[in-house]
Design a protein around this ligand. Structure first.
Ligand SMILES: *Cc1c(COP(=O)(O)O)cnc(C)c1O
Length: 275
Protein backbone atom coordinates (compact mmCIF):
# COMPACT_ATOMS: atom_id res chain seq x y z
CA UNK A 1 0.00 0.00 0.00
CA UNK A 2 2.81 2.41 0.86
CA UNK A 3 4.53 1.73 -2.46
CA UNK A 4 1.27 2.71 -4.15
CA UNK A 5 0.34 5.76 -2.09
CA UNK A 6 3.54 7.81 -1.96
CA UNK A 7 4.49 7.68 -5.68
CA UNK A 8 0.86 8.49 -6.56
CA UNK A 9 0.97 11.69 -4.52
CA UNK A 10 4.49 13.01 -5.21
CA UNK A 11 7.19 12.73 -7.85
CA UNK A 12 10.25 14.51 -9.19
CA UNK A 13 10.52 18.16 -8.00
CA UNK A 14 8.45 17.31 -4.91
CA UNK A 15 9.81 16.62 -1.42
CA UNK A 16 9.06 13.99 1.20
CA UNK A 17 9.87 14.59 4.88
CA UNK A 18 10.32 11.31 6.73
CA UNK A 19 10.90 10.39 10.35
CA UNK A 20 14.31 8.75 10.63
CA UNK A 21 12.81 5.60 12.19
CA UNK A 22 10.12 5.02 9.55
CA UNK A 23 9.34 1.48 8.41
CA UNK A 24 11.30 0.06 5.45
CA UNK A 25 8.22 0.09 3.19
CA UNK A 26 7.96 3.88 3.63
CA UNK A 27 11.63 4.36 2.85
CA UNK A 28 11.25 2.28 -0.33
CA UNK A 29 8.10 4.19 -1.26
CA UNK A 30 10.01 7.50 -1.16
CA UNK A 31 12.75 6.09 -3.39
CA UNK A 32 10.19 4.80 -5.85
CA UNK A 33 8.48 8.22 -6.00
CA UNK A 34 11.75 9.95 -7.08
CA UNK A 35 10.86 12.87 -4.81
CA UNK A 36 13.60 14.66 -2.89
CA UNK A 37 14.02 12.74 0.37
CA UNK A 38 14.50 14.68 3.60
CA UNK A 39 14.79 12.88 6.91
CA UNK A 40 14.21 14.45 10.31
CA UNK A 41 15.39 13.08 13.70
CA UNK A 42 12.86 10.78 15.34
CA UNK A 43 9.75 12.73 16.36
CA UNK A 44 11.54 16.08 16.07
CA UNK A 45 8.93 18.69 15.11
CA UNK A 46 11.41 21.56 15.41
CA UNK A 47 13.76 20.17 12.78
CA UNK A 48 10.83 19.15 10.59
CA UNK A 49 9.46 22.70 10.75
CA UNK A 50 12.85 24.07 9.70
CA UNK A 51 13.10 21.63 6.77
CA UNK A 52 9.58 22.45 5.59
CA UNK A 53 10.21 26.19 5.81
CA UNK A 54 13.42 25.87 3.77
CA UNK A 55 11.99 23.61 1.07
CA UNK A 56 11.34 25.12 -2.35
CA UNK A 57 9.45 21.97 -3.45
CA UNK A 58 6.21 22.33 -5.35
CA UNK A 59 4.48 19.62 -3.36
CA UNK A 60 5.44 18.46 0.10
CA UNK A 61 4.54 15.26 1.89
CA UNK A 62 5.19 14.37 5.54
CA UNK A 63 5.50 10.63 6.06
CA UNK A 64 5.45 8.81 9.39
CA UNK A 65 4.71 5.58 11.19
CA UNK A 66 1.99 6.30 13.76
CA UNK A 67 3.41 3.65 16.11
CA UNK A 68 7.10 2.99 15.47
CA UNK A 69 7.56 -0.68 14.78
CA UNK A 70 10.91 -1.19 16.54
CA UNK A 71 10.46 1.30 19.41
CA UNK A 72 6.73 1.13 20.14
CA UNK A 73 6.38 4.87 20.69
CA UNK A 74 3.84 7.16 19.00
CA UNK A 75 4.50 9.86 16.42
CA UNK A 76 3.43 13.37 17.51
CA UNK A 77 0.47 13.23 15.12
CA UNK A 78 -1.29 16.47 16.23
CA UNK A 79 1.99 18.37 15.73
CA UNK A 80 2.61 16.71 12.35
CA UNK A 81 -0.88 17.61 11.16
CA UNK A 82 -0.47 21.20 12.34
CA UNK A 83 2.77 21.49 10.34
CA UNK A 84 1.10 19.90 7.31
CA UNK A 85 -1.66 22.53 7.51
CA UNK A 86 0.81 25.36 7.96
CA UNK A 87 3.13 24.37 5.12
CA UNK A 88 0.46 23.08 2.73
CA UNK A 89 1.80 19.53 2.84
CA UNK A 90 0.25 16.07 2.71
CA UNK A 91 0.46 13.98 5.87
CA UNK A 92 0.60 10.23 5.20
CA UNK A 93 0.37 8.08 8.32
CA UNK A 94 1.16 4.34 8.51
CA UNK A 95 -0.87 2.90 11.40
CA UNK A 96 0.17 -0.76 11.05
CA UNK A 97 0.53 -1.09 14.82
CA UNK A 98 -2.24 1.28 15.93
CA UNK A 99 -5.22 0.07 13.92
CA UNK A 100 -7.26 -2.39 15.98
CA UNK A 101 -5.67 -1.58 19.33
CA UNK A 102 -5.46 2.19 19.91
CA UNK A 103 -8.39 4.60 20.14
CA UNK A 104 -12.06 3.96 20.83
CA UNK A 105 -13.06 0.51 19.55
CA UNK A 106 -9.54 0.08 18.20
CA UNK A 107 -10.08 2.76 15.54
CA UNK A 108 -6.40 3.58 15.57
CA UNK A 109 -3.89 6.31 16.30
CA UNK A 110 -5.84 9.25 14.87
CA UNK A 111 -8.72 8.44 17.20
CA UNK A 112 -6.25 7.97 20.06
CA UNK A 113 -5.21 11.61 19.56
CA UNK A 114 -8.79 12.76 18.89
CA UNK A 115 -7.80 14.00 15.44
CA UNK A 116 -10.66 14.63 13.04
CA UNK A 117 -10.47 13.67 9.36
CA UNK A 118 -8.59 16.33 7.40
CA UNK A 119 -8.31 16.87 3.66
CA UNK A 120 -4.53 16.63 3.64
CA UNK A 121 -4.41 13.56 5.88
CA UNK A 122 -4.02 10.12 4.31
CA UNK A 123 -4.39 7.16 6.67
CA UNK A 124 -2.92 3.75 5.87
CA UNK A 125 -3.63 0.72 8.02
CA UNK A 126 -2.46 -2.85 7.57
CA UNK A 127 -4.61 -5.90 8.07
CA UNK A 128 -1.99 -8.50 9.00
CA UNK A 129 -1.38 -7.38 12.58
CA UNK A 130 -4.32 -6.71 14.92
CA UNK A 131 -6.79 -7.66 12.16
CA UNK A 132 -5.08 -11.03 11.78
CA UNK A 133 -5.62 -11.29 8.01
CA UNK A 134 -3.42 -9.76 5.29
CA UNK A 135 -3.24 -6.69 3.10
CA UNK A 136 -3.83 -3.04 3.86
CA UNK A 137 -6.26 -0.19 3.32
CA UNK A 138 -6.05 3.54 2.82
CA UNK A 139 -8.56 6.12 3.99
CA UNK A 140 -8.75 9.80 3.15
CA UNK A 141 -10.65 12.53 1.38
CA UNK A 142 -12.88 11.14 -1.40
CA UNK A 143 -10.89 13.00 -4.08
CA UNK A 144 -7.62 11.56 -2.79
CA UNK A 145 -9.05 8.04 -2.77
CA UNK A 146 -10.32 8.48 -6.33
CA UNK A 147 -6.86 9.69 -7.35
CA UNK A 148 -5.19 6.68 -5.68
CA UNK A 149 -7.59 4.31 -7.44
CA UNK A 150 -6.44 5.77 -10.75
CA UNK A 151 -2.73 6.21 -9.95
CA UNK A 152 -1.48 3.78 -7.31
CA UNK A 153 0.34 1.25 -9.44
CA UNK A 154 0.77 -1.41 -6.77
CA UNK A 155 -3.04 -1.33 -6.42
CA UNK A 156 -3.98 -1.14 -10.10
CA UNK A 157 -1.61 -3.84 -11.32
CA UNK A 158 -2.14 -6.36 -8.53
CA UNK A 159 -4.91 -8.95 -8.47
CA UNK A 160 -7.61 -7.91 -6.02
CA UNK A 161 -7.45 -9.29 -2.49
CA UNK A 162 -8.98 -12.73 -2.23
CA UNK A 163 -12.60 -13.08 -1.06
CA UNK A 164 -11.22 -15.37 1.65
CA UNK A 165 -9.44 -12.35 3.12
CA UNK A 166 -12.51 -10.13 2.78
CA UNK A 167 -14.57 -12.74 4.59
CA UNK A 168 -12.04 -13.17 7.40
CA UNK A 169 -11.78 -9.39 7.74
CA UNK A 170 -15.51 -9.00 8.23
CA UNK A 171 -15.17 -11.22 11.28
CA UNK A 172 -11.99 -9.40 12.40
CA UNK A 173 -13.68 -6.01 12.24
CA UNK A 174 -16.55 -7.28 14.40
CA UNK A 175 -14.05 -8.63 16.94
CA UNK A 176 -12.07 -5.37 16.89
CA UNK A 177 -15.14 -3.18 17.35
CA UNK A 178 -16.36 -5.32 20.26
CA UNK A 179 -12.87 -5.90 21.66
CA UNK A 180 -12.71 -3.47 24.60
CA UNK A 181 -12.15 -6.32 27.07
CA UNK A 182 -9.27 -7.68 24.97
CA UNK A 183 -7.68 -4.23 24.72
CA UNK A 184 -8.09 -3.65 28.44
CA UNK A 185 -6.34 -6.96 29.11
CA UNK A 186 -3.54 -5.99 26.70
CA UNK A 187 -2.99 -2.59 28.38
CA UNK A 188 -2.88 -4.33 31.73
CA UNK A 189 -0.18 -6.71 30.47
CA UNK A 190 1.80 -3.73 29.13
CA UNK A 191 1.60 -1.95 32.50
CA UNK A 192 2.54 -5.13 34.36
CA UNK A 193 5.58 -5.81 32.16
CA UNK A 194 6.81 -2.23 32.54
CA UNK A 195 6.33 -2.25 36.30
CA UNK A 196 8.06 -5.60 36.78
CA UNK A 197 11.07 -4.85 34.60
CA UNK A 198 11.58 -1.34 35.97
CA UNK A 199 14.35 -2.37 38.37
CA UNK A 200 16.31 -4.75 36.12
CA UNK A 201 19.59 -3.86 34.42
CA UNK A 202 18.00 -3.83 30.98
CA UNK A 203 16.25 -0.66 30.01
CA UNK A 204 12.78 -0.62 28.49
CA UNK A 205 12.10 2.10 25.93
CA UNK A 206 9.34 4.57 26.88
CA UNK A 207 6.66 2.77 24.85
CA UNK A 208 2.95 2.94 25.72
CA UNK A 209 1.98 0.27 23.16
CA UNK A 210 2.08 -3.51 22.77
CA UNK A 211 5.62 -3.27 21.34
CA UNK A 212 7.95 -3.26 24.37
CA UNK A 213 11.60 -3.33 23.35
CA UNK A 214 14.16 -4.35 25.97
CA UNK A 215 17.44 -2.71 25.04
CA UNK A 216 20.39 -5.10 25.42
CA UNK A 217 22.96 -3.07 23.46
CA UNK A 218 25.47 -5.62 22.20
CA UNK A 219 24.39 -7.75 19.20
CA UNK A 220 25.86 -10.96 20.51
CA UNK A 221 24.31 -10.53 23.98
CA UNK A 222 20.91 -9.85 22.41
CA UNK A 223 21.13 -13.10 20.43
CA UNK A 224 22.25 -15.04 23.49
CA UNK A 225 19.37 -13.76 25.61
CA UNK A 226 16.88 -14.46 22.81
CA UNK A 227 18.08 -18.03 22.42
CA UNK A 228 18.10 -18.59 26.21
CA UNK A 229 14.47 -17.41 26.24
CA UNK A 230 13.66 -19.69 23.33
CA UNK A 231 15.05 -22.64 25.30
CA UNK A 232 12.54 -21.72 28.00
CA UNK A 233 9.77 -21.80 25.35
CA UNK A 234 9.56 -17.98 25.15
CA UNK A 235 9.82 -16.63 21.63
CA UNK A 236 11.15 -13.06 21.68
CA UNK A 237 13.13 -12.02 18.59
CA UNK A 238 16.45 -10.19 18.88
CA UNK A 239 16.50 -7.13 16.60
CA UNK A 240 19.93 -5.90 15.57
CA UNK A 241 21.47 -3.21 13.33
CA UNK A 242 20.85 -2.24 10.57
CA UNK A 243 17.17 -2.69 11.49
CA UNK A 244 17.83 -0.55 14.60
CA UNK A 245 20.65 1.96 15.29
CA UNK A 246 24.10 0.59 16.18
CA UNK A 247 24.57 -0.25 19.87
CA UNK A 248 20.82 -0.62 20.50
CA UNK A 249 20.31 -4.33 19.79
CA UNK A 250 17.14 -5.32 21.57
CA UNK A 251 14.60 -7.93 22.42
CA UNK A 252 11.37 -6.96 20.74
CA UNK A 253 8.64 -8.08 23.11
CA UNK A 254 5.24 -8.02 21.40
CA UNK A 255 2.37 -8.51 23.80
CA UNK A 256 -1.05 -9.57 22.58
CA UNK A 257 -4.45 -9.99 24.17
CA UNK A 258 -3.93 -13.73 23.75
CA UNK A 259 -1.14 -13.71 26.33
CA UNK A 260 -2.07 -14.47 29.93
CA UNK A 261 -0.70 -13.05 33.16
CA UNK A 262 0.99 -16.41 33.66
CA UNK A 263 2.77 -16.02 30.29
CA UNK A 264 3.92 -12.59 31.33
CA UNK A 265 5.16 -13.76 34.72
CA UNK A 266 7.20 -16.49 32.98
CA UNK A 267 8.81 -13.92 30.71
CA UNK A 268 9.62 -11.59 33.60
CA UNK A 269 11.08 -14.42 35.70
CA UNK A 270 13.21 -15.61 32.80
CA UNK A 271 14.49 -12.11 32.04
CA UNK A 272 15.33 -11.53 35.70
CA UNK A 273 17.23 -14.80 35.87
CA UNK A 274 19.16 -14.02 32.67
CA UNK A 275 19.95 -10.45 33.72
C1 LIG B 1 4.42 -4.50 9.50
C2 LIG B 1 4.43 -3.13 8.95
C3 LIG B 1 4.14 -2.90 7.60
C4 LIG B 1 3.93 -4.03 6.63
O1 LIG B 1 2.72 -4.66 6.85
P1 LIG B 1 2.46 -6.09 6.18
O2 LIG B 1 1.05 -6.36 6.50
O3 LIG B 1 3.42 -7.02 6.86
O4 LIG B 1 2.75 -5.95 4.74
C5 LIG B 1 4.11 -1.60 7.14
N1 LIG B 1 4.36 -0.56 7.96
C6 LIG B 1 4.65 -0.74 9.26
C7 LIG B 1 4.90 0.46 10.12
C8 LIG B 1 4.69 -2.03 9.80
O5 LIG B 1 4.99 -2.19 11.09
Amino acid sequence: ANLGIVPALVGRHDAVFSDRLNHASLIDAVQLSRADSQRYPHGDLTVLERLLAASPARRKLILSDAVFSMDGDLAPLPGLLALAERFDAWLVVDDAHGFGVLGRQGRGSLDHFNLPAARRLVYMGTLGKAAGAAGAFVAGDATVIEWLEQRARSYIFTTAASPIIACALTASLDLIAAGDARRQHLWQLVAQLRAELADTRWQLLPSPTAIQPVIIGDNHDALRVASALFERALWVPAIRPPTVPRGTARLRVSLTAAHSEVDLARLVDALRALA
